[in-house]
Design a protein around this ligand. Structure first.
Ligand SMILES: Nc1nc2c(c(=O)[nH]1)N[C@H]1C(S)=C(S)[C@@H](COP(=O)(O)OP(=O)(O)OC[C@H]3O[C@@H](n4cnc5c(N)ncnc54)[C@H](O)[C@@H]3O)O[C@H]1N2
Ligand code: MOO
Length: 424
């Protein structure tokens, strides 16, 4: 019976093979956004600095612009005497030169005159009269100033295409005067739960035999957390014609369909049949050598991505995390390597042995705690038909295909579900 079932999966792939298929998806077209809305977006093109920042040398302390060599050897007991040559105002374009033996007052951020190569902080100067100051500490060239181009030099490649912009990156673009940014359109995702037994969450009481829809909530929330846009969320009965119709419509204005339930090999598992009814569809994977979530389907419908996810809540969520989210990253011009970086990871020590079999990648939820100054990862075992196990976990570890279990005490990398969770 088991052998028969396995043979019904049409295109079993390893997790690496599925990631390689994902990397071959075509990124979505670029759109322009205002800089103020660019944080979190993914750059469609690389950014090369069109100019230097700062584009003039500026003071970083309040004080006097000087020639460093005029201050060499200066001390409290043997100060250097410099002739004052006026003051630079904040925001002023300075055209005059600093002559040897002179000092010009300058505020933090003020432009430095040509000839100045350092700033003496005002704390280390004393006015002798209105024409002369004493300098009681020497400065070296470059002290207390930012040279032209020291922050960003013209022509420097700042970000490659596929870079997801963070607040500090937006700051770099602001400094360069970039007002609009070409980014990848965010993927629009339809999340559909199927099953005659699945009822909307509002159903109360739920008759025996039926269960409330969990997956559309966990899946949509994960997609949104990863920057995708949910265009449709629906529960639909196991009705092939209806399901096909809803998918066909959803394909018109969504980039990705996630259909949970019906991806296995039971008589009412319609996902493959739906695909057969959709124009220009190609089955890329049916069955992935992972646990949980083996009954996973990946297909292409035209340029759109179709995911058939297992109905079990843990499996649906883990497959979403391991493969669907990387596919959304890919549609934004990133690769599975980038996607791996997008996952927050922590090092921890495994608190208990984790069994696993050769030839299958295992995703094992873990709970983190602090022990003797190190993080300890306690596996959270449970059936994939449950959901509370994941709520009790901070993240998961991956036991690779060719590793047969991990011993207690092994150093592991924990992929966090969202933020630092309870471990912080
Ligand atoms: N003979 C075999 N049976 C099963 C296999 C197999 O290889 N051979 N694989 C098992 C595994 S593993 C999983 S996972 C499930 C996947 O099945 P489907 O993707 O076809 O999903 P369903 O049968 O529709 O549902 C499975 C399970 O999940 C519940 N479910 C479905 N949708 C939701 C939802 N939106 N919210 C909450 N729970 C949901 C559903 O009621 C079922 O209990 O197949 C195994 N069987
Ligand atoms: O793959 Mo199933 O998702 O192990 O429960």
């Amino acid at each position: 019976m088991a052998g028969k079932t396995v043979s019904k999966f049409l295109k079993v792939k390893s997790s690496d093979e599925v990631l390689a298929l994902i990397d071959r998806l075509h990124p979505l077209p670029a759109v322009e956004v205002e800089l103020a809305a660019a944080c979190g977006e993914v750059l469609a093109l690389s950014v090369v600095a069109p100019e230097s920042v700062p584009h003039f040398s500026r003071a970083t302390m309040d004080g006097y612009a000087v020639r460093a060599r005029d201050t060499f050897g200066a001390s409290e007991t043997l100060p250097a005497f410099l002739e004052t040559a006026g003051e630079i105002k904040m925001g002023e374009t300075v055209t005059r030169r600093l002559e040897p033996g002179t000092a010009i007052g300058v505020p933090t951020g003020g432009m430095l005159p040509e000839g100045a190569d350092a700033v003496v902080m005002v704390e280390y100067t004393y006015p002798l009269d209105d024409k002369t100051i004493e300098v009681t500490r020497p400065v070296a060239p470059g002290d207390n100033l930012l040279r032209e181009g020291e922050d960003i030099s013209v022509g420097r490649e700042l970000f490659p295409g596929g870079w997801r912009l963070r607040p500090q990156d937006v700051g770099v673009l602001a400094a360069l005067g970039v007002t609009r940014v070409a980014v990848r359109r965010r993927p629009r995702v339809a999340v559909i739960s199927t099953g005659d037994e699945v009822v909307p969450v509002g159903a109360s009481p739920v008759p025996p035999g039926k269960i409330r829809d969990i997956n559309s909530f966990t899946l949509a929330a994960q997609v949104e957390e990863a920057g995708g846009v949910i265009g449709l969320r629906k529960v639909i009965a196991d009705d092939l014609a209806l399901l096909t119709d809803v998918c066909r419509q959803a394909l018109e204005d969504h980039d990705v369909i996630m259909l949970s339930g019906g991806s296995s090999v039971g008589v009412r598992d319609y996902t493959l049949s739906i695909l057969e009814h959709l124009h220009d569809s190609e089955l890329l994977a049916h069955g992935v050598a992972v646990r949980p979530g083996k009954p996973t389907i990946l297909a292409r419908v035209g340029e759109k991505v179709f995911w058939g996810l297992p109905g079990q809540p843990v499996s649906a969520m883990m497959i979403c995390r391991a493969f669907v989210l990387p596919s959304l990253e890919r549609l934004q011009g990133r690769t599975s390597k980038h996607a791996a970086f997008a996952v927050n990871q922590l090092n921890a020590v495994l608190a208990r042995k984790v069994p696993s079999v050769h030839g299958r990648t295992d995703y094992v939820p873990v709970l983190l705690s602090s022990a003797h100054g190190r993080l300890s990862a306690e596996p959270v075992f449970g059936k994939s038909a449950m959901i509370s196990t994941l709520a009790a976990a901070d993240g998961y570890i991956i036991v690779p295909e060719h590793v047969e279990g991990l011993d207690q005490g092994t150093d592991v990398l924990v992929c966090l579900f969202s933020g630092p969770g309870k471990a912080g």
